[in-house]
Write a protein of this length. Structure first.
Length: 245
């Protein structure tokens, strides 16, 4: 169990530093779009947000070092977009509901148009639809705070790693639950406190760019566990594969 805990600690640390900046930036872009009171038309507001999200998606594609992680991230990201369209978007007859306010209806309309446009770009292979990008998008459209979005994303990553460990029979389901409650939760909280302010660097203002440039601390995404990347990259070379990705 100690080996599993160590693996989870290193895996969460590197994932938090490489993925959370993109979750945060995408969440901020979508939230700004939904709350925008600019005099521009909705189409211009949505187009601007789509452009910024495409930049984040392309940067994440560039920074993901192996094709296994890229493939899995794209598959899960597209699934989240489909989930929003089929499970969370407003049904066509919902305009008959008198309880909705104009402001809420406008936000929901923008969110639906935004997601549909991004799905079309993914289908055309003009963007990638990576998981951290689509997660930030989904949680922003559902009204979750950036902090809650970060925590849930990292917690689900940890749960996925434990689920894989159970399938590999390195630990049992009860031991996995114990780790999740007593070991993983504190690890997630620690990594969130360390990485919650990290950004991709794309959406920084000029003043903030100069401020960051003069600091010794790295505020952008980083890979902290090269061994984990090497292990993941060898997944396709295994004689048997039990994971869909």
């Amino acid at each position: 169990m100690n080996y599993t805990a160590n693996f989870l600690r290193d895996g969460l640390a590197t994932y938090a530093r490489s993925a959370l900046p993109f979750v945060s930036d995408t969440h901020r872009v979508v939230e700004d779009m939904l709350n925008s009171t600019d005099e521009s038309t909705d189409d211009n507001i949505i187009s601007c947000a789509v452009t910024r999200v495409l930049e984040l998606d392309e940067l994440y594609e560039t920074m993901t070092l192996n094709h296994i992680a890229r493939r899995a991230s794209k598959s899960q990201g597209v699934a989240l977009l489909t989930l929003f369209s089929k499970g969370f978007s407003k049904p066509r007859l919902s305009h008959l509901d008198p309880s909705g306010t104009v402001n809420v209806a406008e936000k929901e309309k923008r969110a639906s148009v935004f997601v549909d446009r991004l799905k079309l770009l993914v289908r055309r292979e003009e963007t990638h639809g990576h998981l951290p990008i689509c997660w930030g998008l989904l949680t922003a459209t559902l009204g979750l705070s950036a902090e809650r979005s970060q925590y849930l994303h990292l917690f689900l990553q940890a749960r996925g790693l434990l689920s894989s460990s159970v399938r590999l029979n390195t630990i049992g389901p009860y031991a996995a639950q114990q780790l999740l409650l007593h070991v993983i939760r504190p690890l997630v909280e620690t990594e969130i406190s360390r990485c919650k302010d990290l950004t991709s660097g794309i959406a920084l203002s000029r003043a903030r760019e100069q401020e960051v440039a003069n600091e010794d601390v790295v505020h952008g995404p980083a890979m902290t566990w090269p061994l984990g990347e090497i292990l993941a990259a060898r997944h396709d070379l295994q004689h048997s594969r039990i994971f869909n990705s």
